[in-house]
Design a binder for this molecule. Structure first.
Ligand SMILES: [Zn+2]
Length: 414
């Protein structure tokens, strides 16, 4: 079946731009968009999304963990559901497209299908997942984890930088943390999951194509390492008598770079902190975050192993101790060949040139793959920039990606 139904490009673009104003200061465009999960800005964006879904004619509900779900009912209420979604929370000073395109592209696709009078057997649900980024509480994919039954109760004890617990943040958003298990979905109730997302890299731009079909997704591991040394006087303590936790951190940061390069993976230290934090005090304690990724699980595990060895070495050398906490560990995964095939067919019937590529960033699809067959459609990111105010995807590319999503959804739900 060839779909002739077309999305409304202007409506899609306007929705992205309007959402992008929430959490942004018009006087400071260089600061981008900040909508940390369940913050006031995120709550505003959530309200905007609910209203927008209702305007689009979807039946809207919010599940036990705050996932916003807009449904377009199919002819057969018992047929398993096709889900399309992404997230609307952002990192600190992020952009207008990461996550947002997947949610508002899916709304636009379903709205266009509905308006064109096409009736489908399977229902389609657009899901805006709670807290994909994990920036505020240090762990992400909360909404998708809850749906697939992987969310752990301890998550609600995590606190943000201001000491607010996840449970409290939930209550502030009118959610009851004790009910999180109610968000879980059954495998037999879901047919497939498709996510439209910006690439966040520069492969598509290099190859001069607008659309990519994702084959594999890297699984990120987030660790937090705390070194405990001794905070001595910076003048009175000779260099050979120090137990400097700051230097231990610096040494480990270089090790992260070395390990990532050696294994052809990626490693990043994005958060650093020393205590007590005085000009004339040797750091007695340091805390750093480490993000390690690889498409191959074995290589990734080797990277972690080497990191632990380096920590022991540093401890011994500097007479300090360290503790390591794994904040997040998601295994790399492959996309469903069947869904990839349908995305490919959609590209062909739309005469859209597309390539297959690997995905370096983590997404809710990493969780959804535990529940159902999963596929991802990528669109070109300008200069490959993401998690940055300069993140950009052209209007035309947003439109093409959304149109590919529409055709794919029709194929899955027909
Ligand atoms: Zn994203």
């Amino acid at each position: 079946m060839i779909t002739t139904c077309q999305i409304n490009k202007k409506r899609l673009w306007d929705s992205l731009m309007e959402l992008g104003e929430i959490g942004a200061d018009p006087a400071k465009p260089e600061e981008g968009v900040t909508r940390l999960s369940l913050s006031l800005e995120d709550l505003k964006a959530r309200e905007f999304t609910i209203n927008y879904m209702e305007k689009a004619g979807l039946e809207v509900r919010v599940d036990a963990v705050g996932n916003i779900i807009g449904k377009f009912a199919g002819k057969d209420p018992l047929a398993p559901i096709v889900i399309a979604g992404s997230h609307i929370d952002t990192v600190i000073q992020g952009g207008k497209f990461d996550g947002a395109l997947g949610v508002f592209g899916a709304i636009e696709a379903v709205r266009s299908i509905k308006e064109s009078g096409i009736s489908l057997t399977h229902s389609i649900e657009v899901v805006s997942f709670t807290d994909e980024e994990g920036t505020r509480f240090g762990t992400g994919y909360i909404g998708s984890k809850a749906i697939v039954g992987c969310l752990e109760e301890e998550t609600f004890q995590l606190t943000d930088d201001r000491g607010i617990s996840y449970a409290e943040a939930f209550r502030q958003a009118q959610l009851n943390p004790a009910l999180f298990k109610e968000a879980m979905r059954k495998k037999e109730d879901v047919k497939a999951y498709v996510e439209l997302h910006i690439e966040q890299g520069r492969v598509l731009e290099d190859q001069d194509v607008a659309v990519g079909i994702v084959t594999d997704i890297q699984g990120p591991v987030w660790l937090e390492v705390t070194f405990q040394g001794f905070p001595d006087h910076a003048g009175a303590t000779p260099m050979n008598m120090r137990r400097d936790a700051g230097l231990a951190m610096a040494e480990l940061m270089l090790v992260v770079e070395e390990i990532a390069k050696k294994h052809n993976g990626v490693g990043t230290v994005g958060k650093m902190h020393v205590e007590p934090g005085g000009v004339n005090i040797i750091p007695g304690k340091s805390v750093l975050s480490i993000d390690l990724r690889h498409v191959d699980k074995n290589s990734r595990n080797e990277m972690i192993e080497e990191l632990y060895q380096a920590i022991s070495r540093i401890n011994e050398k500097r007479d300090i101790s360290a503790s390591v906490e794994i904040k997040k560990q998601v295994d790399p995964t492959s996309c469903s060949p069947e869904v990839m095939e349908l995305i490919e067919e959609s590209c062909q019937e739309l005469k859209v040139k597309a390539i297959r590529l690997q995905c370096g960033a983590g997404h809710d699809s990493l969780m959804m793959t535990k529940l159902t067959q999963m596929g991802m459609i990528f669109v070109r990111s300008k200069n490959g920039i993401s998690h940055n105010p300069e993140e950009w995807t052209d209007k035309e590319d947003c439109m093409i990606g959304t149109q590919v999503l529409l055709n794919t959804l029709v194929k899955l739900a027909k």
